[in-house]
Design a protein around this ligand. Structure first.
Ligand code: BGC
Length: 467
C-alpha cells in the first residue's frame, strides 16, 4: 500500500514541476524587465509586449491544449510543453533583440498555457477521490514555489543586472521536467480510451491497491462508453451551465487582482514611497507567505472542503484590499502607516493562497462530466489566461486613471462579485467521486448541489476520477 502511494506521490511531484515553471516564468520578468529595459531601451509599448508575450502565448496554448491532450494523450502533451519550456528559455537567454526576446517569451507562454491545462487534468486522473484536492492542490503549491524561486533568482542576479541569467535559470527546472516526464506513465484513463486496456491496468496496479484495480477499470470503461455519446460542451443545457460556472470561476481567479500583487508588488511599494531594498524584501516575503500558506492549505481542501475555504478566503481578500487602498491613501500624511500596506498585501496573498488559488484548479478538474472534460477545462483555463492578460495590460492604466487607492477598491468590489458567485453557484465537491458529480448533473440537480453525496457506490473507481 505504501509503495502505491509513494509511486502516486512521485508521479504527482514530477508532473507538478510544470507548475513550478509556470510560477517561475511568469514571476521572473518582474525583476528582469528593469535590466532588459536598460539594455534595449524599450518603449513603454515594447515593455508591455515583452511582459504580455507570455500571457498571449499561454492563452493560445490553453485554447489548443484541449484537443492535443485528447488526441495525443496527457503525457505527450506535457512532453510538448517541456520541450517548449526548454526552447523558450534558450531563446530568451540568447535574445539579441526585443523581437527575439518576445518570441522566446511567447514560446514559454505556449508551454505554460498547455501545461496549465494538461497538468491538473493528468493529476486529477491519477489521484484517488479522497486525495484529489490534495494532489491537484500540489499544482498550485508548485506555482507558488516557482514564483518564490523567481524572486530569489532575481534578487541574486539583480546586483549585477544579469537579466539573461535570471531568464536562463529556467533551464534547470525545464530540463528536469523533460527528464521526469520521460519516466511518467500515461494516464490510465487515456490509455483505456485508446483501447490499451492492459497498459492501463499495469499503470493502475502501480498506484492502487490490488483489490481496487478491477473495479476502477470497470468504471473507467463505463464512462468511456458514455463518452462516445456526446461531445460538445455547448450541446445540452447542463453542460452549458457547468461550463459557464467553470469559466466564471477561472476568470474571477484573475479578475480579483492576484497578479497585480504578484507581478507588480515592487512597483506598488516603490510608488508608495518604500526604498528599493524595502520593496524587494517585502516582495520576497510575499513569495514566502504564498508558499507557506499553500502548503498549509493542502490537507484542508479535503477536510474543511472547497466552499468554506473559498468563501472565507474571498472575504479575507476583499477586506485586505480595502485596507490596502485605505493605507495607500493615508500613508502620504501618516508615513508610519507604511507597514500596514505591506501587512495588507500579505493578508491578501494569504487569503488567496488557501482559497481561490488552489480551489480554481481543483474545481475545474472536478465539475465537468467526462464527455466534455477536456474541452471544458481547456475553455476554463483559457478564460483564466484571457482575464490574466486583461488585468496585466490594464493595471498600470487603471492606476493612472483611478489612482492606486480606487484601483484596489475596484478589485475589492470584484471580490464581492466573486463571493456572490461562489455562494450561489459553486458546489461542495469534497469526497464525492467524479462519476457521482456527473450523475447528479445529468439528473438535473442545480449546480450548487452537485456535490451532495448520494449513495456513492463508485468509491474506488470513481476515484479515478479520471475517467
Ligand atoms: C494563478 C496565477 C497566480 C498564482 C499566484 C495561480 O493560481 O493562476 O495567475 O500568479 O496563482 O500564486
Amino acid at each position: 500500500m505504501l509503495r502505491h502511494q509513494l509511486t502516486l506521490y512521485l508521479m504527482s511531484f514530477s508532473a507538478a514541476i510544470a507548475g513550478l515553471l509556470f510560477g517561475f516564468d511568469t514571476g521572473v520578468i518582474s525583476g528582469a524587465i528593469i535590466f532588459i529595459n536598460k539594455q534595449f531601451h524599450l518603449t513603454p509599448f515594447q515593455t508591455e509586449c515583452v511582459i504580455s508575450a507570455v500571457l498571449l502565448g499561454a492563452l493560445i496554448g490553453a485554447i489548443s491544449s484541449g484537443r492535443l491532450t485528447d488526441i495525443y494523450g496527457r503525457k505527450k502533451s506535457l512532453c510538448a510543453s517541456a520541450i517548449l519550456f526548454v526552447a523558450g528559455t534558450v531563446f530568451s537567454f540568447l535574445a539579441h533583440s526585443p523581437l527575439l526576446l518576445m518570441f522566446g517569451r511567447f514560446l514559454l507562454g505556449l508551454a505554460i498555457g498547455n501545461s496549465s491545462f494538461s497538468t491538473p487534468l493528468y493529476l486529477s486522473e491519477i489521484s484517488q477521490k479522497d486525495k484529489r484536492g490534495f494532489i491537484v492542490g500540489l499544482y498550485q503549491l508548485a506555482i507558488t514555489l516557482g514564483i518564490l524561486l523567481s524572486y530569489m533568482v532575481n534578487y541574486y542576479y539583480a546586483q549585477e543586472g544579469l537579466w539573461r541569467y535570471m531568464l536562463g535559470f529556467g533551464l534547470i527546472p525545464s530540463s528536469l521536467l523533460l527528464f521526469t516526464l520521460y519516466l511518467l506513465p500515461e494516464s490510465p484513463r487515456f490509455l483505456m480510451s485508446q483501447g490499451k486496456n492492459n497498459e492501463a491496468k499495469a499503470v493502475l496496479a502501480s498506484i492502487r491497491e490490488k483489490d481496487k484495480v478491477e473495479s476502477e477499470l470497470y468504471t473507467i470503461e463505463l464512462t468511456i462508453a458514455e463518452e462516445s455519446k456526446t461531445k460538445s460542451p455547448f450541446s445540452i443545457k447542463p453542460f452549458r451551465q457547468v461550463l459557464l460556472i467553470g469559466m466564471g470561476l477561472a476568470a474571477l481567479q484573475q479578475l480579483t487582482g492576484i497578479n497585480t500583487i504578484i507581478y507588480y508588488a515592487p512597483t506598488i511599494l516603490q510608488t508608495a514611497g518604500f526604498h528599493t531594498s524595502q520593496a524587494f524584501l517585502s516582495t520576497l516575503l510575499i513569495g514566502v507567505v504564498n508558499v507557506l500558506v499553500s502548503i498549509i492549505s493542502l490537507p484542508l481542501i479535503d477536510s474543511i472542503g472547497r466552499r468554506k475555504l473559498l468563501l472565507s478566503g474571498l472575504i479575507g481578500m476583499m477586506v485586505s484590499l480595502l485596507l490596502l487602498g485605505l493605507s495607500v491613501k493615508l500613508q502620504a500624511s501618516h508615513p508610519h502607516l507604511k507597514p500596514v500596506m505591506a501587512i495588507s498585501m500579505m493578508l491578501y496573498i494569504t487569503s488567496f493562497a488557501y482559497s481561490l488559488g488552489p480551489m480554481t484548479f481543483v474545481i475545474i478538474s472536478e465539475i465537468f462530466p467526462l464527455v466534455i472534460r477536456g474541452q471544458s477545462m481547456s475553455l476554463a483555463i483559457s478564460a483564466n489566461w484571457l482575464s490574466n492578460l486583461l488585468v496585466a495590460i490594464t493595471f498600470l492604466s487603471l492606476i493612472k486613471w483611478l489612482g492606486l487607492t480606487d484601483t484596489f477598491y475596484f478589485y475589492a468590489f470584484m471580490c464581492l462579485a466573486a463571493i456572490s458567485f461562489v455562494y450561489w453557484f459553486i458546489p461542495e465537491t469534497k469526497g464525492v467521486s467524479l462519476e457521482q458529480l456527473e450523475n447528479n448533473l445529468m439528473s438535473g440537480m442545480p449546480i450548487r448541489e452537485l456535490g451532495i453525496p448520494c449513495n456513492d457506490t463508485t468509491n474506488s473507481p470513481g476515484e479515478q476520477h479520471a475517467t
